[in-house]
Design a protein around this ligand. Structure first.
Ligand SMILES: Cc1cc2nc3c(=O)[nH]c(=O)nc-3n(C[C@H](O)[C@H](O)[C@H](O)COP(=O)(O)O)c2cc1C
Ligand code: SF4
Length: 506
């Protein structure tokens, strides 16, 4: 589905769409065409033409006026959506490794692309993290930070090395201070830094410069342009990651995440079935080797630094190119390998996990259920609530098996003002330890504080999952919420997407 232009003789609001007649054209209304129901997502008209965006009715933007409506939809979709009235459990402390988070709200890692050119956190980053801390979030998972120049996803992605270490010290200090100023010195938030190499999505100078552990014909549009790392190169990267972990400790972080998700380098290794004759490819033991060895080294050398893992438990890509799928070539969910990896990582001292799924560049509805797709992309082939349910269930199955180790759940932003009730029920049922908030944190960083103060969320502050922050990111701009944080980001949005013509920033 997509945009459809229809010529019409005048500014009447009656429109023929193929075989269907829409009499009251407005966003959210439904039209029956060729026996299928479609929803009108977007409508605009001038004197001569109408522009309508429609999508299959299985897909539906968020339109629930009450929690009952939401639960009714879940039932229609055959889902058992956890939900409870009381949100008290969200304010309970939780042990995270050797630290204690003051509550169950976790900010998910989200790049802002606002670093200095040398990779040090910029002023906008200091502002973003202070807002998260002042907003009452108990754990902050700092964004993907490159361990090396060539692995940066953008010339303004954060990068941790000896030259930028002081900038990171300042970032951690300012973030912790913001929490203390708002809630007193007892508000000890847990700070985790996500370390990464962007692999096939590397753009250190703004141009794509793909490097990978293994060619993935589904993700690599021009496999011939991809540099495949040798074992020697990967061995060196282990030391580079370890060095970055040492610096993260010096900067004051409680832990580091060795990012293995969303198609980036360390995630790539998990499905490196076709990487033959390598200590990092083929067998399960080889494919997880980088992570297990690195975790062991971090725990041995820096025992006071927590090792965490943001992990794709399911990619939605068939074998031999996906992780968390069976070998029969289907795209079914098979958590046996992800669970075995988690078991081994726990035995090596990894104390915190964050479960996600899908590849944002390939099947974005898996990892971040949305109302509006990215510019130029299609609407999802499923109801966004089904995407939310997939994330909750996969995380829940894993948390149930490893009940002693906290797991951060993902994908709550689409639920808007109902996320606290779903999140509280997820925690009560033992399906996650913390509720991870991605886009919701950008739009509404003080959601936890509002919940503490009034028990509910302000509907005018919630994220509307319009994908504009990701559009900004893909356009190479600084990224943030141009809907709820307009003062800073609507200008960036206008610059990146002027009304006519192509984006200015690449
Ligand atoms: C602008 C933006 C930047 C992101 N950057 C990262 C990142 O640095 N690391 C990561 O693991 N995920 C990243 N994500 C994914 C989020 O952490 C999260 O998994 C996703 O948004 C789904 O959660 P939500 O439904 O609460 O938004 C990013 C998402 C967005 C929208
Ligand atoms: S731009 Fe704002 S409202 Fe839109 S998805 Fe991003 S955080 Fe949510």
């Amino acid at each position: 589905m997509g945009f459809h232009d229809f010529e019409n003789s005048g500014p009447s609001r009656e429109v023929y769409v193929d075989f269907g007649l829409v009499t009251t054209v407005k966003e959210g209304s439904t039209v029956i065409m060729k026996n299928n129901s479609y929803h009108i997502l977007f409508f605009r008209y001038n004197r001569l033409s109408y522009k309508i965006e429609i999508a299959m009715a299985s897909y539906e933007p968020f339109g629930f006026l009450t929690a009952e409506d939401l639960l009714k939809k879940a039932e229609e979709l055959g889902m058992d959506l956890p939900f409870q009235e009381s949100i008290d459990v969200l304010f309970e402390e939780i042990r995270v490794g050797s630290r204690t988070a003051p509550n169950r709200f976790a900010v998910q890692p989200m790049e802002g692309f606002d670093a200095e050119f040398n990779g040090a956190p910029g002023e906008l980053a200091l502002r973003r993290y202070a807002r998260y801390a002042r907003g009452g979030n108990g754990l902050i998972w700092f964004e993907a930070t490159s361990v090396i120049e060539e692995g940066r996803s953008n010339p303004r992605q954060m990068k941790l090395d000896a030259n930028t270490l002081d900038g990171f010290k300042r970032l951690v200090e300012k973030t912790r201070n913001a929490a203390h100023q708002e809630f007193g010195s007892k508000q000890d938030i847990v700070c985790i830094l996500q370390l990464t190499h962007s692999g096939r999505y590397s753009r250190p100078d703004g141009r794509l410069s793909p490097k990978a552990a293994c060619i993935n014909p589904i993700l690599d549009r021009s496999p011939g342009d991809v540099h495949v790392f040798s074992d020697d190169e990967l061995n060196i990267f282990q030391d580079v990651f370890l060095d970055a972990a040492r610096m993260a400790y010096k900067a004051g972080f409680d832990g580091v995440d060795i990012k293995a998700c969303h198609g980036y380098l360390l995630h790539d290794l998990l499905s490196a079935h076709t990487r033959e004759g390598s200590r990092y490819g083929g067998s399960f033991k080889n494919r997880i080797r980088f992570l297990t060895e690195l975790c062991e080294k971090i725990r041995e050398e820096i025992p006071d630094l927590m090792c965490a893992l943001r992990l794709n438990a399911y990619d939605g890509l068939a074998f031999p190119y996906g992780f968390g799928v069976p070998e029969d070539g289907s795209k079914e969910i098979d958590l046996s390998e992800p669970k075995e990896l988690i078991r081994q990582m726990i035995s090596l001292g990894c104390g915190l996990f964050n479960i996600t799924v899908g590849i944002p560049q390939y099947n974005p509805h898996f990892s971040r259920p949305f109302d509006r797709p990215l510019k130029g992309a299609s609407n999802p082939p499923e109801h966004p609530l089904e995407g939310v349910g997939r994330l909750i269930n996969i995380t829940g199955e894993i948390q149930a098996e490893f009940s002693e180790t906290p797991i951060v759940g993902t994908g709550y932003s689409w639920l808007r003002q109902y996320f606290p009730h779903v999140g509280a029920a997820v925690i009560s049922r033992g399906k996650a330890g913390l509720v991870g908030l991605g886009r919701s944190s950008i739009a509404y960083p003080d959601a936890p504080k509002d919940l503490m103060d009034s028990g509910s969320l302000d509907q005018d502050k919630v994220c509307i999952t319009c994908s504009r922050c990701t559009d900004l990111m893909r356009a190479g701009s600084v990224s943030g919420c141009s809907v709820r944080d307009r003062e800073i980001y609507s200008r960036a949005y206008k610059l990146a997407f002027p009304k006519k013509g192509k984006p200015l920033v690449m």
